[in-house]
Design a binder for this molecule. Structure first.
Ligand SMILES: C[S@@+](CC[C@H](N)C(=O)[O-])C[C@H]1O[C@@H](n2cnc3c(N)ncnc32)[C@H](O)[C@@H]1O
Length: 294
């Protein structure tokens, strides 16, 4: 059994993946109380509600592996790609500064593709190289695993001396149809009003459950508020247009079928959390590629 820290833990994609491996998440950290309540409900551990911009090295428990999925806005087109100039990059810079004193055997980081050419990536790569970690970059989308959702993401795996990482062979299962993720029952709150439909119909990515080639585009944390490029919509049997539910989105992300959100969260909050999370299969893939960690 090896020990892991889940940093920027959200609803716990790492904890979900860790369940299939001999990994104990010893601590998780996130500043969002709604994410932390959802994490606790599903994974049993209460994340520490802490701003990672200023956490000190002493506050991080010892662990073999650090998993981190820091905010992507500094590197995404939507966030204006300000990189390290964006205050939302501070937490990553702070944590990179703590690698030297903790020296976890492996560090895994997830972000949008724009991270690759960013100054933050350069800082991370230089930090790891300076401490003799070996770095591996992997690009994945759920479509690589036969899942009908486009969500390309970059993953960085840094391994200390003695630990090895080899990209496992991608064993893509047969393509799964999008309709198998679409539930017949849904909350009325998911239906797009006629007024919004008239205003935004040109920008909406709409699928019909009967379309065998249908795929979902990347769901973002802004799916509730923004109609443009923030996720896919589905046509109902009555010809209405609705959003995907948070439960459908996390199923597309590879969470288990019994994953649940706390009852007291609003639909907007649940969709925000679901749109922020990480593809569980990609994390499992990377964990499968690690050896000599324990
Ligand atoms: C991209 S999401 C990661 C989601 C997570 N990996 C999951 O499985 O759901 C980024 C997360 O970092 C948290 N976060 C952002 N900035 C933070 C900071 N400075 N300190 C602590 N948490 C932060 C957000 O609340 C959000 O849950």
């Amino acid at each position: 059994m090896f020990k892991a820290l889940e940093l920027f833990s959200g609803i716990g994609a790492f904890a979900q993946a860790a369940g299939k491996h001999k990994i104990q998440v010893v601590a998780a950290f996130d500043q969002d109380p709604r994410a932390n309540a959802t994490y606790k409900l599903n994974h049993g551990l209460m994340p520490k509600s802490r701003n990672l911009d200023s956490i000190s090295a002493d506050e991080l428990p010892a662990a073999d592996l650090w998993w981190m999925s820091p905010p992507c806005q500094p590197y995404s087109v939507r966030g204006n790609q300000k990189g390290l100039q964006d205050p939302r990059a501070r937490s990553l810079v702070n944590l990179l500064g703590h690698v030297k004193s903790h020296r976890p055997k492996a560090i895994m980081l997830e972000n949008v593709l724009g991270f690759r050419d960013s100054d933050a990536h350069k800082l991370a790569a230089d930090t790891f190289a300076g401490l003799n970690y070996e770095c591996h970059l992997i690009e994945h989308s759920p479509t690589d695993f036969g899942v009908p959702m486009r969500r390309p993401r970059l993953y960085l795996v840094a391994t200390a001396a003695g630990v090895t990482f080899r990209s496992p062979e991608l064993r893509k299962s047969a393509d799964i149809e999008l309709k198998s993720f679409i539930r017949p029952e849904f909350d009325e709150a998911l239906i797009v009003s006629e007024k919004d439909f008239d205003k935004y119909s040109c920008s909406l990515h709409i699928v019909k459950p009967t379309d065998r080639q249908a795929y979902a585009i990347c769901f973002t944390s802004g799916y509730w508020k923004s109609f443009k490029s923030s996720g896919t919509y589905v046509q109902t049997g009555e010809g209405k247009i609705r959003r995907f539910s948070p439960e459908e989105i996390v199923a597309l992300m590879g969470f288990s079928s019994d994953f649940a959100f706390p009852d007291n969260l609003t639909m907007q909050a649940k969709l925000h959390l679901a749109g922020n999370t990480v593809d569980v299969r990609s994390i499992e893939y990377m964990l499968n590629g690690l050896s000599n960690l324990g």
